[in-house]
Design a protein around this ligand. Structure first.
Ligand code: ADP
Ligand code: MG
Length: 700
């Protein structure tokens, strides 16, 4: 590998050093070469022409051909950022928005946040001078709330459209509307005779130029997008793909994590050089495989210890996400442990081997009971092919599918769009805020079921966001829409103002927004339980989370006083986390989210009150907020979820796993072989009709 590393020469002081200068020059040269060699480079002119000639364009191209990183630069250079307009590129995933923006900033040789930036929920890296802006699709939806014409954008590129996340689907519907509205406005202004002379209409003209839409997808089937956009033109960008040898197991694997681990070492010890990419379903799995790999490396002879693990998943802090892109030190092999984010969203160079257990964590919604849960399901054929394709980007590769070949033929062809399998409360609330009242009549690319829409309307009504004629209610509905959170969490914060426990609720919402604060390594369950005892509250997980957050904050404060250096403070926190079986990455992420929501709350004029030691007050507030997730104990120790009638168990990770409360509220339903509820708090059953009469008075 001869990729010159960056990093070393970032420090300006060292630029005086001639070596560093040369290294930087070499790096620039390398990047230039790389850009020129991408398949998309040869069709730059043609693509720019197509964008000029078509208001809506669909671009299909294999992963790695350069769509995401190059097209915005082509369009920028072709002058599409006239009148300080911005090219917006939406991504379904935060990680992709961040890593791609960093890469493109480097390619353009600018500081991130200037010409090239990104903006994702809880993290904005843009400025007035940003012209190429990567963001999540959810974020652009939120921007539409403030700027219904999306007037800052000359072009919006919806990237990874084949993923069909719920935000992508809603965004496509919205963009269709905005595009129509903008071209109408544009025509009215153009018809104005004084158009060129009158400076006022000129500036308005600038505001209302037509909006170009580009839909990018890695799936070869562009027909559905083209049909939805009235027969829009589709262009194919030829990719470069080397042969990939696909290998299956003879038998189904009873434990896919173990099988992954074995395969990693089999490749490492028996196959030639090249990095490994393994697809796992989430942070917890990734971290547990990471630990097991480390353990096993230590047992190998020293000459075989040259294996490096790099995790990449959505909630990983962004500096750490970038590690996946750094080449391994010479003589080392890198094994990237990734969620399905590495399927198409980000292209990591150097991969030669792919390990695919064939599973993915997905949202699943039952409109009859109104419950959403996360389940691990088999991937679709399209996903399996994308995954194996990752091994053949730079040369011939191998893909190890950890299931028998006949299972592959049973997979569904392509993934069901998320909008058909998730709770729509958030979507409905956003559309209502945008003034779109007829949700059932909205022009969705694929309509969610009527039942799912009705259920969400009902839920929003029960939370007080909608009035009884299903119109957005003042002011609760508007406040809920302003917060970038699930409607139930937004409601919890609004209620916490009344209950005077906003400080506690803010902590809980931040901690619930990240995956697994506690480390529960399978092999050290008991140690982890003991460590958690010092934080455990007999009342449940929510108060436990508050204690963890506060204790960690104290630890930070203390180390700030004794040693003010940022790095050593973080080190202390990291150490504290390790000693207490707390997940450092998750905690840091939660701290970021905390400060972001705090900003929103302050803007909304809420004051941050604490209930002090009166935790009953706090639990009452939890009840008033999460009453739709209440459960009553049954004689056999399981619980009956009151809203859905389902039987659920308290998850073993809950502090209430052993001590059984009579009545609980919970935040999350996880379905494995059983229905488990996580983040559970004990409540008094009488609070339900008292604090949620709109639901329980009518139901009792
Ligand atoms: P596409 O969107 O068509 O899948 P991308 O524009 O994401 O393609 O990637 C083009 C190429 O740029 C990839 O082959 C990859 O090697 C390289 N690349 C993208 N992001 C990075 C990064 N952060 N670091 C290094 N190389 C990258
Ligand atoms: Mg891409």
């Amino acid at each position: 590998r001869d990729r010159p590393a960056n990093g070393d020469c970032k420090n300006q002081d060292r630029l005086a050093n001639g070596d560093c200068k040369n290294q930087l020059l070499a790096r620039r040269q390398f990047i230039l070469q790389h850009r020129k060699s991408l398949p998309i480079a040869s069709v730059e002119k043609r693509l720019v022409e197509e964008v000029r000639n078509n208001d809506t364009l669909i671009i299909v191209g294999e992963t790695g051909s350069g769509k995401t990183t190059q097209l915005p630069q082509f369009l920028y250079n072709a002058g599409f950022c006239y009148d300080e307009k911005v090219i917006g590129i939406t991504q379904p995933r935060r990680v992709a928005a961040v890593t791609v923006a960093k890469r493109v900033a480097e390619e353009c040789n600018v500081k991130l946040g200037e010409k090239v930036g990104y903006s994702i929920r809880f993290d904005d890296m843009t400025s007035n001078s940003t012209r190429i802006k990567y963001m999540t699709d959810g974020l652009l939806l939120r921007e539409a709330l403030l700027d219904p014409f999306l007037s800052r954008y000359s072009i919006v590129i919806v990237d990874e459209a084949h993923e069909r996340t719920v935000h992508t689907d809603v965004l496509l519907g919205l963009l269709k509307k905005v595009q129509l509205a903008r071209s109408k406005q544009h025509n009215i202004i153009k018809e104005n005779a004084n158009y060129r002379e009158n400076s006022r209409s000129l500036s308005q003209g600038a505001k209302y130029t037509s909006l170009k839409l580009i839909i990018m997808s890695a799936s070869l089937d562009a027909k559905c997008f083209s049909e939805y956009f009235g027969g829009a033109k589709a262009v194919h960008v030829q990719g470069r793909q080397y042969p990939v040898d696909v290998l299956y197991t003879y038998q189904p694997e009873p434990d896919y994590l173990d099988a992954t681990l074995i395969t990693i070492f089999q490749i490492h010890l028996e196959e030639g050089s090249g990095d490994i990419l393994a697809f796992l379903t989430g942070q917890e799995e990734i971290e547990s495989v990471e630990r097991l790999v480390h353990e096993r490396i230590r047992q190998l002879p020293e000459r075989n210890q040259n294996l490096l693990t790099v995790p990449i998943y959505a909630s990983l802090p962004s500096e750490q996400q970038m590690n996946a892109f750094k080449p391994a030190p010479s003589g080392f092999r890198k094994v990237i442990l990734a969620t399905n984010i590495a399927e198409t969203s980000v292209t990591i160079p150097g991969i030669k081997y792919v390990i695919d257990p064939g599973l993915v964590k997905a949202r699943s919604y039952n409109p009859v009971t109104g419950t959403e849960s996360l389940i691990i399901i088999p991937v679709s054929k399209a996903q399996a092919l994308q995954r194996s394709g990752r091994a053949g980007r730079e040369g011939a590769g191998k893909c190890f599918r950890l299931y028998p070949e006949n299972e592959f033929h049973k997979l569904i062809d392509s993934t069901v769009p998320e909008i058909k399998r998730c709770n729509l409360a958030n979507v409905v609330l956003q559309l209502k805020t945008l003034g779109i009242d007829d949700i059932i009549g909205f022009d969705f690319m694929e309509k969610p079921s009527r039942m799912a829409i009705v259920k969400s309307l009902e839920q929003l009504f029960l939370l007080g966001a909608l009035s009884d004629d299903y119109k957005l209610s003042n002011p609760v509905g508007h406040q809920m829409a302003r917060l970038p959170l699930d409607p139930m969490y937004s409601k919890a914060l609004i209620l916490a103002v009344e209950f005077k426990c906003l400080e506690e609720m803010l902590i809980v919402v931040a901690m619930l927004s990240v995956e697994s604060i506690f480390y529960f390594p399978r092999e050290k369950m008991e140690e982890a339980r003991t460590a958690r005892k010092s934080f455990s509250s007999p009342e449940g997980d929510h108060i436990t989370l508050v204690k963890v957050y506060r204790t960690s904050a104290e630890c930070l404060e203390k180390s700030k006083i004794t040693n003010g250096k940022e790095k050593s403070i973080e080190k202390k926190l990291n150490k504290w986390c390790r000693e207490n079986y707390i997940n450092y990455r998750s905690l840091r992420h939660a701290r970021d989210i905390h400060s972001q929501i705090e900003g929103h709350i302050q803007q909304m004029g809420f004051s941050l009150s604490s209930c002090g030691d009166d935790m009953q007050q706090f639990r009452r507030c939890l009840t008033a907020s999460f009453f739709l997730n209440a459960g009553m104990k049954q004689p056999d120790g399981s619980y009956r979820a009151l809203a859905s009638g389902q039987t659920v168990q308290v998850h073993p990770s809950s502090v209430l796993f052993r001590t059984k409360a009579d009545c609980i509220i919970f935040n999350e339903l996880v379905r494995t072989n059983q229905n488990y509820v996580r983040n559970v708090t004990r409540i008094d059953p009488l609070w339900l009709p008292e604090l949620a009469p709109q639901y329980y008075a009518a139901h009792s």
